[in-house]
Design a protein around this ligand. Sequence first.
Ligand code: HEM
Length: 484
Amino acid sequence: MCEPELLLLLLPSILSLILILILTKRKPSRLNLPPGNMGWPFLGETIGYLRPYSATSIGEFMEQHISRYGKIYKSNLFGEPTIVSADAGLNKFILQNEGRLFECSYPRSIGGILGKWSMLVLVGDMHRDMRIISLNFLSHARLRTHLLREVEKHTLLVLSSWKENSPFSAQDEAKKFTFNLMAKHIMSLDPGKSETELLKKEYVTFMKGVVSAPLNFPGTAYRKALKSRSTILKFIEIKMEERILKMEDRGDLEENDLLGWVLKHSDLSTEQILDLILSLLFAGHETSSVAIALAIYFLQGCPNALQQLREEHEGIARAKKQSGETELNWNDYKKMEFTQCVISETLRLGNVVRFLHRKAIKDVTYEGYDIPCGWKVLPVIAAVHLDSSLFDQPQLFNPWRWQIHNGTRGSSSTCPTSNHFVPFGGGPRLCAGSELAKLEMAVFIHYLVINYHWELADMDQAYAFPFVDFPKGLPIRVQNHSFT
Ligand code: HEM
C-alpha cells in the first residue's frame, strides 16, 4: 500500500481522534460546573456521603461540603458524576421539571429489589398509569369513607396491647401498626393471622436488603432480600389467583382492597401488579412508621408541646363522650390543628426521606451552573428543612412555628413557607400517600396522648443511615392516663 492510500485509510481514525481530543479538551473549560470534589475513581465520595449521622442534622459530610463549596456542589456518588443540591430554589426547579429536564433515577440495586415496575423507578407513561391507580386508591374520598375507620381500628389494636411499665420498642409498634394497615388495605390480610405474620417476617428481611449495599453474594443482606422478594411475590401471586377464582365463582370481587381494584379496573400484567403491590407496601409502611416513632421521640422531649397536644385531643375525646359517639369522624380530624403543626415539625426536623435520586435528561443551566445531560442530581430536602436561613433555630423542635397568626405562618421574618417544606417531594412525583400518612400520624397521636404517658426506657436517638432509624428501636415505658 502506497503512502497516500495508507493516509486515506487512516484518515477517519485520525479525524475521530482529533475530534475526541478537541471535545475532551474543550468540554471542561466550556462547562461551568459547580465547585466540588470528584473523590476516588469509581467510589467517588459515596462512603463519606453515606456515613451515619444524627437524623436532626445534615451530617458532617454535607456541612463540610456546603461550607467549602456552597449549597450546590459536584461530586461522584453511587458510581456516577453527581450534582448535590442543598438549595431550596434548585430543589424546587428539579422537582417541577420532572420529565422535561430531569427524571427519577434510583440506583439499579433499588430497581433490582423493588422490581422494574415499581413506581419508584418507573418513568414516563407507565409511571403515570401506575400513579393514577395509586392516587385513586389513596383518594381523599377513600380516606374519609374507608381509611379513617381502618386507621383507627389498627391504632387501637396496637395501643391496647401495651403493658404499663414494661419497656418495648416504640419503633416496632409503629411498624406493626403501619404494616397491618397496609396489608389490610392492599390485600385484605387480617392482623395476627399466621399468613400476615409470615409475610411480615419475610418483609423484615426484604427491608434489610433494600437499605443495604447491593452486593449480590451468598450470605449478604442484599442476596437474602432478593430471596425474600421472590417469596413475597409468590405469596401475593397466590392471593391474586385465589381472588380471580373467587371472582369467577361469584362473578364479582367483594374485597374493597387494592388487589381487587387493580384486577377489576386495570389491564396490568401479573408482573406489573406484583411490583405495584410490593412497592406500595414498601412506600406506605416504612416511611409513616418512622414518622410516628419520630413524633413519639420529639414529643417526650418537649413537655409544652405534649401538654398542648393533650388538651387538643382531650377536648375532642370529651366532646365525643358527651355526644355518645365512639369513633373518630372527619370533623374530629379537621379539629386536630395543633396536631398538624406537630406533624409538620416532626417531618421537617426528622426528615424521613432525606434526598431524592434524579438525573438530568438534557443539558441544564441553573443560576450560571451547568448540569450536563446524564449527570445524577440529588435534591437534598433535609438540607433545606434544616437551613438556618429559612427556618429559625432549625435544630429545635418547635411546632408553634407552623401556627397561623393573622393569616401567615410563624411569627418571625424567616417563617417557613410551603416552598421550602417538601417532606413528601413535589411535582409530578409528589408522594401519593401524603394525606394517608398525616391521617395515620394524627389518629395514632390522638389515642396515644389520651391513653398514655410515656418516657424513654433507654437513651436512643434517630440516625440517618441515610434511611432514618432508631438503633435501639426507641425503647419506651408507658403509664396509663385517663382524662375526665
Ligand atoms: C411520613 C410518611 C411519608 C413520607 C415522608 C413520604 C415521602 C415520599 C417522598 C419524598 C416521595 C417522592 C419520591 C421521589 O420523588 O423520588 C414519595 C413517593 C411516594 N410515596 Fe410516600 N411518603 C410517606 C408515606 C407514604 C404512604 C403512607 C404511602 C401509601 C402507600 C406512600 C406512597 C408513595 C408512593 C406510591 C410514592 C411514589 C409516587 C410517584 O412516584 O408518583 N407514601 N413519598
